[in-house]
Ligand binder design. Structure first.
Ligand code: PEP
Ligand code: MG
Length: 875
């Protein structure tokens, strides 16, 4: 059978969303349910894809199908395109599989031309309405289809209002509007060098083409990237007979939600306006009425409306967002869809629908977008106050939440000023590990450089601190302690506000509010936990983060980055001493100072976990990251260590690497300096024994060796771990089970995972490094050029945020297979940033990992995503 590219509303249904788009499928479904829907047809998403395949042309066979459908539409409506008796007017609207509000194009009143407008004026006895519709059509068609600037038309309207000395569009008479139509057509001719198209079929083909084209406009591409919508879906186009809400006092238009989209309250919520078209409501010229008012104005229609809303909600088993038009006393539904809602509302509605027996728990789990949960866990800007503010710059929304405080230019300053009770936002060129205390102290973090997995972003997400990264339009002069943006310069006494969910930056105070976690949240998450199979752990490095993670429902720690413990004031000196040691003896002396501190941290972490497992990773970053950089700091350190400044400077220089990310880091450090591995093993085992003795928790330490690429290097480090652990256990007279495993974060490790699994008792996929090394671009620098890749549609998503399943994912699958072949019960997890991304969590579920691990603030998201993966997979 020939492929069909156009469907009448009567030929489709709600299950055909992929082909007809959300709007088209629902229009078809409503038609099937005999709800009053103006008739029409849908040109499919496949036609859109074919349009692009054919070099942005609608192929002749599809043109033929559209023409045949117009004939059908004419038959069904009893009207005809361009007819002198009963002309047909249509709207043309986009409609993708997922709703993308306002991202693509719409054209109303299509079919009007110089003759038809006269007929409409006569038929309706309302010339004002006819000319107003025509001028709106010319304006929309010119803007959307022909790319003529809207402004040119708006100027003409203003001119006309000035000439007539009136304030509102609605004050213009039929004659004024008729004249305006002439002026609009003149603008069109001047811009395009030809007359405004009079033939409705030409108007229609041009409009359909424009809607297909709008699938790839800049804002749609950005929206897709933010909402994980693949470009290959394409958009459908809906051609629908027009009904008019602006035909007088018995006509009107409205937007209605079947429940409150802000709170979730089970009560119809919406607004309407009599004698108006949809855009009048939006334009805000007149104030719409609450929908309950309609009951007084027209109880018959109100009753019909309520009945249909109930039918639709019961049918779709979800809160509906509907557009209605009343034309001369007759009610029409132009659209229904599952309504967008706040996180609070989403949870309340999901729980209520289960209690109302409309949904099963499994169905309810699918109704909440995991990414939305985040907004419940962080402070947010007061939406009312935010409306009054204008952002001065935009960076990457690296860690959600809202922050407002005075500017601090260094980490030390942030720490000091916070200790004195000030609230500060840390503003840096980029952050480095030595900024950690300032980052902990600051209300928010703003950096000029760096991407979504840059140091600042990872650390901020881990701490749940709001962060905007890679905000390239800012100029930060750390020496002069100034921030320049939009031509103005700010100092440490000025306020700055960051929105970590949008990346917006404001150089003024914005009020924040702490959102409440209501009872529905707990009920809902308990359901998710009942359903999911994948365990969820957290990436946590400190006792504080661990407690937070446990509060958010983590079932253990999947990654404890021990180096993050090294930067606190009480230990950095000992760490530096270890690094600049000239021989083993000196190094051991320094490590002996670090041992008790590490042990204490591990004891506190184990206690916070109350017996849940923890994977502790050995030191990972290149050593030079711990060293002081400014001359002043070097002097202080030399002094304290009794070294010559020159000598210390030379040591620091000798540690410099051209490409540190691929340099002396990870297990390579333990291969060069086995003493470090010995100390860390001792701290871990001793801590576990202490907590076992004191608290009775049976802890099974999981020691993780990072950045392994060759089984022999893993074996070398593992032998040190085993030898040290045995010594410690003999010393203490306590036996303890423990595991040694590795991270799979170098492609070679994935490829040789069968060999690696001979030594590793578990794998944890370090997808930050695995992505970096598979793509061959730096996780800290990629943000600088990825923008160009999105614009050129080479990549749709940041591979550091959303797992590249085709490439990196294939390596993971390979490693899973090979690892299990050698060691069938090998434990498998992921601890890269992707462990907190919903689609990546689904991937991990599908390939059979045991757990995902992510920053504490993403734990609820991962729990929900894991439950959704289970439900989807089962179906
Ligand atoms: C990784 O590489 O994915 C990982 C978790 O380790 P890090 O981010 O510390 O390099
Ligand atoms: Mg790594």
């Amino acid at each position: 059978m020939e492929k069909k590219y156009v469907y009448l509303f009567s030929e489709g249904n709600a299950t055909m969303k992929n082909l007809l788009g959300g709007k088209g499928a629902n229009l078809a479904e409503m038609t099937r349910l005999e709800i009053p829907v103006p008739t029409g047809f849908t040109v499919t998403t496949e036609a859109c894809n074919k349009y692009y395949e054919d070099g942005k042309q609608i192929s002749p066979e599809i043109v033929e199908e559209i023409k045949a459908s117009i004939k059908e539409l004419e038959k069904l409506s009893g009207k005809e395109f361009g007819s002198a008796q009963n002309p047909l007017l249509v709207s043309v609207r986009s409609g993708a599989r997922a709703s993308m509000p306002g991202m693509m194009d719409t054209i109303l009143n299509l079919g009007l031309n110089d003759e038809v407008v006269e007929i409409v004026a006569k038929l309706t006895s309302n010339p004002r309405f006819a000319y107003d519709s025509y001028r709106r059509f010319i304006q929309m068609f010119s803007d959307v289809v022909m790319g003529i600037e809207k402004r040119l038309f708006e100027n003409k309207i203003q001119e006309m209002k000035d000439e007539k000395d009136v304030e509102f569009d609605t004050d213009l008479t039929a004659d004024d509007l008729k004249e305006l139509v002439n002026r609009f057509k003149a603008v069109y001719k001047k811009q395009k060098g030809e007359n405004f198209p009079q033939e409705p079929k030409v108007q229609l083909m041009e409009s359909i083409t424009a809607v297909f084209g709008s699938w790839n406009n800049a804002r749609a591409i950005v929206y897709r990237r933010l909402n994980d919508i693949p470009g290959e879906w394409g958009t459908a186009v809906n051609v629908q007979q027009m009904v008019f809400g602006n035909k007088g006092e018995t006509s009107g238009t409205g937007v209605i939600f079947s429940r409150n989209p802000a709170t979730g309250e089970n009560k119809i919520y919406g607004e309407y306006l009599m004698n108006a078209q949809g855009e009048d409501v939006v334009a805000g010229i007149r104030t719409p009425q609450p929908i309950s008012q309609l009951d007084e104005q027209n109880p018959t229609i109100y009753k019909e409306l309520i009945d249909i809303i109930n039918t639709l909600e019961t049918h779709y088993k979800d809160m509906q967002d509907m557009e209605i038009t009343i034309e001369e006393g007759k009610l029409y539904f132009l659209q229904t869809r599952n309504g967008k809602r706040t996180a609070q509302a989403a949870l309340k509605i999901a729980v209520d629908l289960v209690e109302e027996k409309m949904l099963s728990k499994e169905d309810a789990i699918l109704k909440v977008d995991p990414k939305q949960l985040d907004s419940l866990l962080h402070p947010a800007f007061d939406p009312e106050d935010l409306k009054k503010k204008i952002a001065v710059a935009k960076g990457l929304p690296a860690s959600p939440g809202a922050a407002c405080g005075k500017i601090a230019f260094t980490a030390d300053e942030a720490k000091e000023r916070t200790e004195k009770g000030e609230i500060v936002v840390l503003v840096r060129q980029e952050t480095s590990p030595e900024d950690i205390e300032g980052m902990v102290a600051a209300e928010g973090i703003l950096t000029v450089r760096g991407g979504m997995t840059s140091h600042a972003a990872v650390v901020a997400r881990g701490m749940g601190t709001c962060c905007v990264a890679g905000c390239g339009s800012l100029k930060v002069n750390e020496e002069a302690r100034t921030l320049t943006v939009g031509g103005k310069t700010y100092g440490d006494n000025d306020y700055i506000s960051l929105d970590g969910s949008t990346g917006n930056v404001y150089t003024e105070q914005v009020k924040t509010i702490s959102p409440e976690i209501t009872g529905h949240f707990g009920i809902f998450m308990a359901w998710a936990d009942e359903i999911r199979k994948l365990k969820v752990r957290a990436n946590a490095d400190t006792p504080r983060d661990t407690k937070q993670a446990v509060e958010f429902g983590a079932e253990g720690i999947g990654l404890c980055r021990t180096e993050h413990m090294f930067f606190a004031e009480d230990r950095i000196m000992a760490v530096r001493e270890m690094i600049v040691s000239k021989n083993e003896e000196e190094r051991i002396r320094a490590l002996d100072k670090i041992l008790p501190i590490q042990r204490k941290d591990f004891i506190e972490i184990y206690e916070a976990l109350e017996g849940m497992p923890a994977t502790i990773r050995f030191l990972d970053p290149p050593l030079h990251e711990f060293l002081p950089t400014s001359h002043e700091d070097i002097k202080v350190l030399a002094n304290q260590m009794d070294l010559e400044v020159d000598e210390l400077t030379a040591t620091i220089e000798s540690l410099h690497e051209v490409n540190p990310m691929m340099g002396h880091r990870g297990c390579r450090l333990a291969v060069s300096y086995p003493e470090i591995a010995e100390m860390q093993t001792r701290a871990i085992i001793e801590a576990a024994i202490t907590v076992k003795n004191n608290k009775g928790y049976d802890i099974i330490p999981e020691i993780m060796i990072p950045l392994v690429g060759e089984v022999k290097e893993l074996k070398y480090v593992k032998d040190i771990v085993v030898k040290t652990a045995e010594t410690v256990m003999t010393e203490k007279g306590v036996r303890l089970e423990y595991h040694v495993g590795t991270m799979i974060e170098i492609p070679r490790a994935a490829i040789t995972a069968d060999e690696i699994a001979e030594e590793a008792e578990f794998f944890s996929f370090g997808t930050n490094d695995l992505t970096q090394m598979t793509f061959g671009f730096s996780r800290d620098d990629a943000a600088k050029f990825l923008g160009a890749y999105y614009d050129k549609k080479i990549y749709e998503q940041d591979p550091f945020a959303k797992l590249d399943q085709k490439g990196v994912g294939l390596l993971i699958k390979l490693a899973v297979e090979k690892g299990r072949a050698t060691r069938p019960n090998i434990k498998l997890g992921i601890c890269g940033e992707h462990g907190g991304d919903p689609s990546s969590v689904e991937f991990c579920h599908n390939i059979g990992l045991d757990y995902v691990s992510c920053s504490p603030f993403r734990v609820p998201l991962a729990r929900l995503a894991a439950a959704q993966a289970q439900v989807k997979n089962k179906r």
